[in-house]
Design a protein around this ligand. Sequence first.
Ligand SMILES: Nc1ncnc2c1ncn2[C@@H]1O[C@H](COP(=O)(O)OP(=O)(O)OP(=O)(O)O)[C@@H](O)[C@H]1O
Ligand SMILES: O=P(O)(O)OC[C@H]1O[C@H](OP(=O)(O)OP(=O)(O)O)[C@H](O)[C@@H]1O
Ligand SMILES: [Mg+2]
Length: 281
Amino acid sequence: MLRVAVPNKGALSEAAVGVLTEAGYRRRTDSKDLTVLDNNNGVEFFFLRPKDIAIYVGAGTLDLGITGRDLARDSQADVAEELSMGFGGSTFRYAAPAGQTWTVADLAGKRIATSYPNLVRRDLTERNITADIIRLDGAVEISIQLGVADAIADVVGSGRTLRQHGLAAFGDVLCDSEAVLVRRADTELSRAAKQFAARVQGVVFGQQYVMIDYDCPRNLLDKAVAITPGIESPTVSPMADDAWVAVRALVPRSQHQNLMDDLSEMGAKAILASDIRSCRF
Ligand SMILES: Nc1ncnc2c1ncn2[C@@H]1O[C@H](COP(=O)(O)OP(=O)(O)OP(=O)(O)O)[C@@H](O)[C@H]1O
Ligand SMILES: O=P(O)(O)OC[C@H]1O[C@H](OP(=O)(O)OP(=O)(O)O)[C@H](O)[C@@H]1O
Ligand SMILES: [Mg+2]
């Protein structure tokens, strides 16, 4: 039985469960359940704190896990990313009271509050900076105001929490994060684990792309193919009227409305966009 870890709460939990449900796996019915046995698919799910997931997977106790890239790096567990999942995007950054001009070099000798001490320590070491790391569990943005730190290093999503606490980010991003499926580093995935990853990837891909279908005047086909090149190449089918062809191609979801405008301007007709629920390559 394949053993897979899923965030039991927090920023990644809902989207992770959404992907797994769409991929056909059983969901938990009680949010207090820490395990769900999906006998039909041969998977046992473990609902764990996102911060702990890489530790279980790195130790080989669990085969795969969904967590944040930043959390996996901070855990220092022996894991590798099998795939990125396209949600839970954030950056991990230094921040300090807005209005003061900070550079990373100014952190020398200062107190830096964070819930990700290993990420911060590694960054400071690479820069040859010595500073005090104050390890906090959360609500890090309030720590300067409360007098325990001079600066912080924390997850920035929308940036709202920083702004609300009168803070501004500075310096390079320490980690560009998103939800990832991790496995133990330097080990072959089992057939079941590969199949699980392929199913998840199929759903993630379906969330990132849409299928576009349209009717195109044959003399404009080259132009149309340049607008919608698809993944390999678009499918072009004959139509009853020889002056026209039907074209079908996958396009990135984020661009599909712009591309539909372009196709329409070019002279394409009956332009349709449809969701893909899942796929395999
Ligand atoms: N806007 C966001 N706010 C917080 N975390 C985010 C955001 N967007 C993505 N994430 C990611 O979510 C993960 C952190 O998850 P979560 O906040 O659930 O963990 P936690 O802080 O350890 O738990 P908790 O907040 O329940 O104490 C990280 O990988 C982080 O990068
Ligand atoms: O940039 P934003 O969109 O405002 O999001 C970032 C905030 O969200 C997270 O906190 P969370 O809600 O997980 O609480 P925590 O600090 O207790 O972990 C993170 O630690 C930041 O505080
Ligand atoms: Mg949090």
